[in-house]
Design a protein around this ligand. Structure first.
Ligand SMILES: *Cc1c(COP(=O)(O)O)cnc(C)c1O
Length: 640
């Protein structure tokens, strides 16, 4: 193997190219040997562990790619960062209240995540937010800290309410946030029946609208929250029922991934007016819950692009504390406990998807075109002369001629006037001319509009061992872009431009948007594959929302999951490994019975024996392989 190392290329160049220092929030870095490493901060200093060492550990445990890797330290670190940033802002500005966060379970419901948040978050009384009965049950089973909040959002039926009321009785700080007016009578009735006084919050529908993908969650037409007149009716009803003292929390949520800090300030300002008025109505209040929205800078560009954010965590906390103080001090209203429901920012960094490339289509002429034989069609000779006479100054003309001859030749092929072999020669000539045009464009000052897509037209297709529908659903559904890069060979110059196709047979199963400074680019620089060496990529920042939104397109199932914890001495422990779905598991999800399937196949094989098509011994071997397939992983397996 001869790695094509260009002496001029350094790991620094790779770090810049893939923007790792910009998007990784300090959690990932490039090692001197050209691997991506996870970086964990300990009191004694930073510890780096190469992701390639982790991949080796995964293979030693007999787990195949793709693997979802969870790094527990990063979850702890993000919880600490959020809480410490609020503490610092509160101390610095002399705010007379505290911060108490909750994690919204819907953002990542995996037991691992919730248990770690409950365990590590206990020192900050970090709680959980539940949007359904199932999530409330998760919260109750995970939390033991009686100071931590359980905020119940979502539509609540009598059973949901009963569950929450009984949790109150057991000492949980479980708050019902009223989303619609119909919930109040249920709460009144059930709390009377059970003799338990509820903790009540109200969700306000703010008029402030925010930028970003989720802006429909904000403004008048938001499907969530109470209008001002509904809010007033609820206050009146609580007064009538002598329950106004139960109203302790105001909630608002403007949507996820809010890129612009000015929108957040505006929303907090409006929320404060609601809060002040509820206090003036006689409610005790005490908690101001600002929902989620704290963004993740997927691009690493610090802008108000929907994939980025124009503020830091410190700024977010400081601005919230400042706006609340300014608004409330003017009305002499006591400072509430600030609650946020930050989900995305808490878990995004903690998971990454590792996958290998199992095949590549290089878009380049193979074999290199040579002069056509005398008796080739004249159009092919014309095409060849475009190549021979190619000049960088005449890009557009060469392009026009090439397209013309190519289309004519394809037409002739359709009518049976030239052979497949001749057409293949022509297509190779076209690729070579296009390749030269792109090289010339790289040198040119500007690209003619018609030629803008040519580079992508020539991009290689790298086939990744993953299903986007299963592992990166937002990349498919809402054009989310995740940082993606090779996790090794970063001391080599990547010489190819590529898009990634996944393993499903769906033309949407592709990644052709990659992060860039001010948005996205359509190709990703990658390395030529080395023979006999696997090539590994990582999709980063996938800890939020991706794990349970995924589906079983083409029956690719859950991937293997490995959780690790990095130790202060530079070693790492595999704290949990979860085998991905087997083919039998997946078939079960769509109502097949793997046992029936096997028996039917066995009958088919038996009939073949009777016909004399195979021997009994062959039958046994076929059945054993079939059975092994049923037990096997749904993804591309390298070693049979
Ligand atoms: C989804 C959701 C969140 C989480 O928002 P992030 O932007 O991921 O922090 C918080 N609160 C509510 C009510 C939600 O629906």
């Amino acid at each position: 193997m001869t790695p094509k190392t260009s002496p001029a290329w350094t790991t620094e160049d790779s770090a810049r190219l893939y923007r790792i220092h910009e998007w990784s929030a300090g959690y990932f870095d490039v090692t001197e040997t050209g691997d991506v490493a996870v970086k964990v901060n300990f009191p004694s200093g930073d510890v780096r562990v190469s992701l390639m060492d982790i991949v080796a550990g995964v293979h030693q445990r007999d787990l195949q790619m793709p693997v979802l890797l969870r790094i527990e330290n990063l979850l702890d670190s993000q919880i600490a960062l959020l809480n410490e940033s609020f503490r610092a802002a509160i101390a610095q500005q002399g705010y007379r209240g505290r911060y108490q966060g909750v994690f919204p379970i819907k953002v990542n419901q995996q037991r691992n995540v919730i248990e770690e948040i409950a365990r590590f978050g206990a020192r900050y009384n970090h709680g959980l937010e539940a949007g359904s009965k199932a999530e409330l049950i998760v919260a109750l089973s995970a939390l033991s800290d009686s100071q931590a909040l359980i905020v119940c959002n979502g539509y609540k039926d009598p059973e949901f309410i009963d569950l929450g009321l009984r949790a109150r009785k057991l000492g949980y700080r479980c708050v019902f946030v009223i989303e619609t007016p119909t919930e109040l009578p249920i709460i009144l009735e059930r709390s009377r029946a059970l003799g338990i006084r509820p903790l009540i919050g109200v969700r306000a529908k703010l008029a402030t609208t925010v930028g970003g993908h989720w802006n429909k969650t904000s403004g008048d037409r938001s499907i969530f929250g109470l209008s001002t007149s509904q809010l007033i009716s609820i206050v009146d009803a609580l007064k009538e029922n002598d329950l106004l003292d139960c109203l302790q929390l105001l909630h608002c949520h403007l949507g996820s991934q809010i890129p612009n800090i000015r929108d957040i300030r505006q929303a907090v300002m409006e929320a404060c007016r609601y809060y002040i008025n509820l206090v003036q109505e006689g409610a005790p209040m005490g908690f101001l819950d600002l929902g989620g929205g704290l963004a993740v800078d997927y691009l690493g560009s610090k802008t108000n692009n929907v994939l980025s954010m124009n503020y830091s965590m410190d700024e977010y906390c400081a601005d919230i504390v400042e706006v609340i103080m300014q608004s409330l001090d003017a009305e002499e209203v006591p400072h509430p406990t600030i609650v946020t429901e930050s989900g995305r920012s808490t878990v995004a960094y903690y998971s990454l998807l590792l996958f290998n490339i199992f095949d590549v289509t290089y878009f380049e002429p193979t074999p290199l075109p040579q002069a056509p034989a005398e008796d080739e069609h004249t159009l092919i000779h014309s095409l060849y002369s475009v190549l021979e006479r190619f000049k960088p100054a005449k890009i557009q003309q060469s392009y026009n001629n090439t397209i013309y001859y190519r289309d004519e030749i394809r037409e002739l092929f359709k009518r049976g006037q030239i052979s497949l072999r001749s057409r293949a020669l022509a297509e190779n000539l076209v690729l070579e001319i296009f390749r030269r045009i792109v090289v010339a464009l790289d040198q040119a000052d500007e690209t003619p509009p018609e030629l803008e897509g040519l580079r992508e037209h020539l991009a290689d297709i790298y086939y990744g061992n993953l299903s986007i529908f299963q592992s990166l659903p937002d990349a498919w559904a809402i054009d989310q872009v995740f940082p993606l890069m090779p996790i090794h060979r970063l001391d080599e110059r990547p010489t190819r431009e590529a898009i990634i196709a996944d393993i499903t047979c769906d033309s949407d199963g592709r990644i052709d948007h990659f992060i860039d400074l001010h948005g996205t680019r359509n190709t990703l620089p990658l390395h030529l594959l080395n023979p006999d060496e696997d090539y590994y990529l990582g999709a980063f920042l996938v800890g939020a929302y991706q794990e349970t939104l995924g589906d079983l397109h083409n029956l690719f199932g859950d991937t293997n999951v490995v959780s690790i914890r990095v130790n202060e001495d530079g070693s790492f422990d595999v704290t949990r490994e979860i085998q991905g779905d087997s083919i039998a598991d997946i078939l079960g999800y769509v109502q097949y019975n793997p046992k029936d399937i096997f028996e039917r196949f066995r009958d088919t094989a038996e009939q073949a024996v009777r016909r004399g098509a195979i021997s009994v011994r062959e039958r046994q071997e076929i059945l054993e392989r079939f059975s092994a397939s049923l037990r096997g992983y749904t993804y591309y397996e390298t070693d049979a």
